[in-house]
Every structure is written in structure tokens, then in C-alpha cells.
Design a binder for this molecule. Sequence first.
Ligand code: ZN
Length: 235
Amino acid sequence: MLLRSPLVAGVAALAVAAGGAVALNQGQVTQTVSDQQSAQAFDAVDQPVRGAQPQVSRGVDRQVLAQQAAQQAENRQAALAELTEKSGERATTLARAEQERLKNQWVLPTTGYRLTARFGQSSSLWSTVHTGLDFAAPAGTKIVSVAQGTVTSVGFDGAYGNKTVITLEDGTEVWYCHQSATSVTAGQEVQPGEAIGAVGATGNVTGPHLHLEVRPGGGDPIDPATALADHNVKP
Ligand SMILES: [Zn+2]
């Protein structure tokens, strides 16, 4: 595989003919040539002659390049790890913010309704003024919790019919009345939009509807429309 230079072969032959050992300097490679070693020595000496750079330098360059490549790969790996960690932290922060947002988010209690009685209205139907907001809808229409909270009572309550009370983190009670069916139990945690029962006509009613009542701190009722509006929900 080696292309032997006739010039080098000639010089070596001359040196050997002169007798004894001879040293050939080719770049950084030094070889001692003797009669016995001459064949191998020619092979070793030949190579630097053909190349522009000595073999030793090329070896050092390759080693440096390999080290640099390894270092660069290491740097990339470290940068990637840092990026992954940061995006992980960001995802966690976003998840927490989303949880916080959902926690404070209110939603409408039902769909396909029309409002039939507002808070404060008077009617022969009620002993005082109307204490809630009425969402008239077909019996069986799904009712969902307007906010995150804990179910604090479920049961029949006279004029209110089948009633579910959900207490929010700030102590506000939200009452869902006249239900045909309930689907949660006391002590249960609910999320905004989570199904809790169905529209019905139990209790003191003229037709199926959801009577929604909002009682801050479990005290006197306030206008549910205002409470909903305060949480960016317009009934
Ligand atoms: Zn009502």
C-alpha cells in the first residue's frame, strides 16, 4: 500500500552501503536504520515524505479535535439539561397558575335555561321576597357546581325541595334547589362545572327550574346574578 519514493530508497541504499547504522531525520520522526531493520525502516520513513504534515502532528490534532468535540457534546448536553429543567419549572408554574385560576373560576349552573325570577322579586309564591335566581329548564337538565367547593349537605328541605349546599373556600354557601335528582354526597370536593344533580320540580314550585341561592359566610342571601358577575359569569 505504500508508494516508495525512489529518492529515499536510493539514499537509504547508499547509507547502508557505507556500512554501520545511519539516522534519517524526517520531520519529527527519527529512525535508526540497520541492515536488518532497513525494510521496516523504509516503510516508516516513507510515510512522512508523502504527507504535508508529520504523522505525529496529525495524531495530536486528532486528539485535540476529539477532546474539543467531546467538550462541545458535554456543553450541549448541559445546556439541554438546563433548558429541560427550566421548561419543567415553567410547566409547573403554569400548572399551578392554571389550578389557581380554575379554583377561582365560576361557571353557569346549567344550560338551555331562561331566567324566570330574579333576586328580590315579590310573589304570592314566597313568604318574603325571592331569595335566589331561578333558571327554568326541562326536568332532568344537568346542574353543575358554579365554583370549587365542598358539598356540605344534600337532602329534602321543604319548600326548597331536594337541595344541595356547596360551601366554597371563603365560606360562601351556594344552594341548588328543587332538584329531581342529586349526584353528590356531603363531604365531597367538587370542581367548577362538575355535575351535582338535575333540574326538577320538587318543593314549592310551579314548574321545573333550578333555584340558585348564594349566602356569604352561610348568612343572608345576596343576588346570585351579582355573585356570578363578580366572577365574570353572566347568567
Ligand atoms: Zn327561586
